[in-house]
Write a protein that binds this ligand. Sequence first.
Ligand code: XMP
Length: 519
Amino acid sequence: QVAILDFGSQYSHLIARRVRELNVYCELYSCLVSAEDLGKHKITAIILSGGPSSVYDEGSPHVSPEVWKLIDERNIPVLGICYGLQEMAHVFGGTVAAGLKHEYGKSIVKRTEGCKSKIFDGMPEEFQMWMSHGDKLTKIPDGFAPVACTDNAEFVTIEHAEKRMWGLQFHPEVTHSPLGKSILENFVIKIAGAKPDWVMKDYANEFIEEVRKKVGDGHVMGAVSGGVDSTVAAVLMTRAIGDRFHAVLVDNGCLRQDEAKNVLKRMRDDCHVNLRCVDASDRFLGLLKGVTDPEKKRKIIGGTFIEIFQEEANRIESELGVKCEYLLQGTLYPDVIESISYKGPSAIIKTHHNVGGLPASMSLKLIEPMRELFKDEVRELGMAMGIDEDSVWRHPFPGPGLAIRILGEVTAERVKILQQADKIVIDELRSSGHYRKIGQAFVVLLPCKTVGVMGDCRTYENVASVRCVETTDYMTADFYHLPYDVLATMSSRVINEVRGINRLCYDISSKPPATIEWE
Ligand code: XMP
């Protein structure tokens, strides 16, 4: 495996992702990892990540002398990126100084004339890379040679071919470094000789082994929503510990039509997940009565969800006599705002949004199998595990569900109207072949009525809006250009088949300035 020693850079997980894109397995370790722990693994290469510190700062993190000894003894190739380069320079006698000009953004890297460094094998003489640093190298360490510069910095790449060490001032792992992948490939595969034979299935097997070791004969709880993240997480956990994983589906009365029933079937029958469903529709709808403020709706739903989850934990304990010590969460990489920092493994890992909500008072230990994966990788993992395509390719669905797609008060009647319209729209997107090209699609029920005519009679009914967006990261999005004929079929079907809707609109806003959901 390739070991990434993390100095706390916001890009450390991206390095891991890029290496795995080369089909090489890698793991992230704290930069303070002991030689003993690291030495247990067969390490083919080490990458030192970037980090927010300055190497001379008091208390700045450093790789231990024992790890450097291990690197030397095993002749492990090392690639230092940004702070990683400075750390190498610091250890081997170079000098780092605060750069006069901080460099953030695109930079043109120029290779040293006549230099045939293996790290740039097959690359042009000049290329664009992404810089993000304040300090820079002013004297290169003994035995190293400069192999590239920019207009602002003399030593942006250095190497010690014999020691098999390379240092980069820039970030090859980010998308703004278009040829960054070639550098990582040169290092990991051509120089270090790692075999590109790692696939998603291995990820699953490794997770399963790891969880078995960690959990022992303990029990794990987890919320399941039917979305791809919680489905993949639940199936992984079931394969690891079987029925000692207790999945809970909470029907908050604001799910899609027949959703609870369908999820139960897929998860229990097809994936053998030990799943219990709590029908709390009345409880949620009762609490939402008269509430129109979007934030209040979210708070009520989030808070009640946690209460119910806690109640279920108590029920599992009293009915089965088992206590769950762990909580499974389908957190993805984009949800993670604090990486495994150099403060070491004891640092508390914060997660940005708790999929399903973590009951803090339960003090459960977290298991997050997909913490290092992006959505597309989770889908790939789901496919590799043989989960059905429909589950794997489902659009995301927000925790508060249809409650934030019914503007104004949420009532059982309005939920039903929206469920019917939503089903028609999704069915039409599937049958016209657009569903997979869309990032997210849904219907919103507006809090106003309009006049229409049906047969010879006047109608005065609700307006609904269809929202389809194209997006890769859900941070920005554009409305999907759905052909008119598909829109026409949707409109005709919704207005004719759903009692209570007499007008259908199409949302043509992008994010920003709009958001994907309406509330
Ligand atoms: P917005 O509306 O902020 O949504 O553009 C971005 C993505 O987040 C989803 N979303 C949520 N997901 N709980 C969730 O699990 C929530 O409270 C929530 N609110 C929005 C939204 O559906 C879209 O995919």
